[in-house]
Design a protein around this ligand. Structure first.
Ligand SMILES: *Cc1c(COP(=O)(O)O)cnc(C)c1O
Length: 406
């Protein structure tokens, strides 16, 4: 029989049962220990699915690396000072990414807010507490961005109280800079949607002594991007932890110039009276983020790429074996840089609206998530699949497409 001490050692396996231990003694304990681990998805009726779509926040991003989960469990056993965890982890992350300093944030979005907060306040505690109210504080109040970069994520910047100034041409950018300009912000995933490239943008920032920040949330792989923009001279670089790196979904990294990271941390927990108090990252996630990054950098990326390609080929071959179906593999240059399979069909040969196929796959057993594209097409990525799931996706697709052949 398992004794009480052994059981306590293994409590991590049954975190929800720990509370019962006080009452029943070893007998009860052994019964509890033998109970199977709870399957919360089943118990609460939450749908789980094969993710052939990609790293979408709505689909809970990515599955954490096993090492990350082990790190989280291990770290949960001891108290640590939050600031010390951030400082020690920050030093390691900075060394990996060629940054002067780094800090783990609650996702890339909060890295954007906190980085800008640091730019605005510097080390002035009064200013930190004044945010998001800028008037009469002496803080700057404008962030310049290119029009094509102004998609939803710039809301992270206006959270500080700053307003967005949009520009299109280089001339407009230089004219827009004034004494209120706090920062120039660049969105990597939209870099082909603006006239001003990375290097020019950084150059203009330096010339005017205005910090530049880049959002590269979804831009690994390639792994080199983790240091490329630091090397290029951006003052702040922000990335998601829970996308391709498969760290905690609620973690991200803010990295860059030491004085700016130090300033950003004044708006972060444990400090209250700050705009960042609600953007808490626990020690488990901070350490998990470090392990995710460290493993990701050391990973065999060629091998990984080959595996994604093989899976794409397997699914593509099954789909195009159905008459009237064709496939194409592309790799987005910006964001979600992974082999992406487009499956399309001639509606006169296969009578099946893409939305209907998507819903059928979703409702199947096992449930499968794919994205729809333009005119009778699906878009599939394989980097979020677990080994072997490509076979299920392939056969389900073939089955449903075949049924719709007219
Ligand atoms: C995902 C994403 C974000 C937000 O990142 P989180 O880590 O989810 O906070 C910001 N910008 C872009 C371009 C993204 O793709």
């Amino acid at each position: 029989m398992i004794n009480r001490r052994d059981l306590i050692k293994h409590l991590s396996t049954f975190p929800l049962l720990g509370g019962f231990l006080g009452q029943g003694g070893a007998e009860t304990a052994s019964l509890i220990a033998k109970a199977p681990a709870r399957n919360l998805a089943k118990e609460l009726g939450i749908r789980t699915f094969i993710n052939a779509a990609g790293t979408y926040t709505a689909m809970t991003g990515s599955l954490m690396q096993d090492d990350v989960v082990t790190t989280i469990q291990g770290a949960s056993k001891d108290f640590m000072m939050l600031d010390e965890v951030q400082t020690k982890v920050g030093e390691k992350i900075a060394a990996i990414t060629h940054a002067e300093a780094a800090v783990v944030t609650a996702g890339c979005f909060s890295a954007l807010t906190l980085g800008l907060a640091g730019v605005l306040t510097g080390l002035d505690q009064k200013k930190v507490e004044a945010l998001p109210h800028l008037e009469g504080t002496g803080m700057k109040s404008e962030v310049i961005i290119q029009k094509g970069h102004n998609i939803g994520y710039s809301h992270a910047l206006t959270n500080t109280g700053c307003k967005i100034v949009q520009v299109e041409t280089l001339e407009e950018l230089e004219k827009a800079i004034n004494e209120k300009t706090a920062m120039l912000w660049f969105l990597n995933i939209q870099s082909d949607k603006g006239q001003i490239g990375h290097e020019k943008f950084v150059e203009i920032g330096k010339k005017n002594a205005i910090p530049t920040m880049i959002d590269m949330a979804a831009d690994v792989p390639p792994v080199e991007n983790l240091w490329k923009f630091n090397d290029m001279g951006f003052d702040l670089v922000c990335v998601s932890g829970g996308k391709a790196m498969r760290g905690p979904q609620s973690a991200g990294i803010l990295m860059g110039k030491k004085h700016l990271i130090e300033a950003a941390r004044l708006s972060m927990p444990p400090r209250g009276s700050t705009i960042g108090r609600g953007m808490k990252v626990n020690k488990e996630e901070i350490l998990g983020m470090y392990v995710a990054l460290d493993n990701f950098v050391k990973m065999d990326h060629k091998k990984e790429w080959k595996m994604w390609e093989d899976r794409v080929a397997h699914i593509g071959n099954a789909a195009k074996s159905v008459k009237g179906v064709s496939t194409e593999v592309t790799v987005p240059e910006l964001g979600n840089h992974t082999p992406t399979l487009k499956i399309s069909w001639d509606a006169t040969k296969v009578s099946l609206p893409a939305k209907v196929l998507q819903e059928t796959l979703r409702k199947g057993d096992p449930s499968i998530e794919v994205m729809t594209g333009e005119n009778n097409s699906l878009s599939i990525t394989t980097w979020m699949l677990k080994p072997g799931e490509e076979k299920i996706v392939a056969s389900r697709l073939k089955e449903e497409l075949s049924k719709a052949v007219v």
